[in-house]
Write a protein that binds this ligand. Sequence first.
Ligand SMILES: C[S@@+](CC[C@H](N)C(=O)[O-])C[C@H]1O[C@@H](n2cnc3c(N)ncnc32)[C@H](O)[C@@H]1O
Length: 232
Amino acid sequence: MSQAEQTLESIQSDFDRIALLADETWNHNAHYHSFLINQIPVRCRHILEIGCGTGEFSRLLAERAEKVLAIDLAPQMIRLARTRSKLCPNIDFIEGDVMTYELPDNQFDCIATLTTLHHLPMTDILKNIKKALKPGGTFVCLDLYQRSNLADLFFDTVAYPANKFLTLKKTGKFRPAKEIREAYAEHGKTDKYLNLPQIEQICAEILPSALVRRHLFWRYSIIWKKENEEKA
Ligand SMILES: C[S@@+](CC[C@H](N)C(=O)[O-])C[C@H]1O[C@@H](n2cnc3c(N)ncnc32)[C@H](O)[C@@H]1O
């Protein structure tokens, strides 16, 4: 078995475990849902979500689209996404690896992905996204980054107490349940992130007009609009 296959397998089994533990109460991704949704055109024909998890954000996307295609590697994530999205017949949930799934060129008005990009080869996936977006389409991404300088350290220092306060306010608890923390800690042992300068450099090469923004809770966003005259 190759290293790449091993990694894919471990990502899948980690998220199958997490799917069965995590509920859809407030978390750091949900904190940014409205910011991300506000970047998307109000009416879209086709939207793609990469790494949809249990489909919480897919259901928000479905309010703006005729069709949402939502793909995730972990079978348990897709099973729960289908169960929880029975009221959204315009979402197609696909179990699979986005790197081998054949995406049509110039198809999507919007492509969205939340805390999944770091599992993928960034240069290749951004090129695929660029091809699959329609001219005029929007790419919205939220992901995690590796701390690499004093500014990151400063943001971390502010994020910790803000996180405690908001977690308590939104969930009534100081932190998530022990089994969820343990599952994420196990997954975190093999998780790797790029730092912000590396992310900015890759975006400058592939999506030159992309807006890369740092957010408080250990995340950054990329917002990019494909030029109208830009073909795949
Ligand atoms: C941290 S979770 C985020 C899930 C969801 N976006 C959310 O905000 O709750 C990352 C997701 O990416 C999926 N994933 C990782 N690698 C993938 C790949 N190559 N193709 C499709 N999905 C992938 C995992 O199975 C997992 O559900």
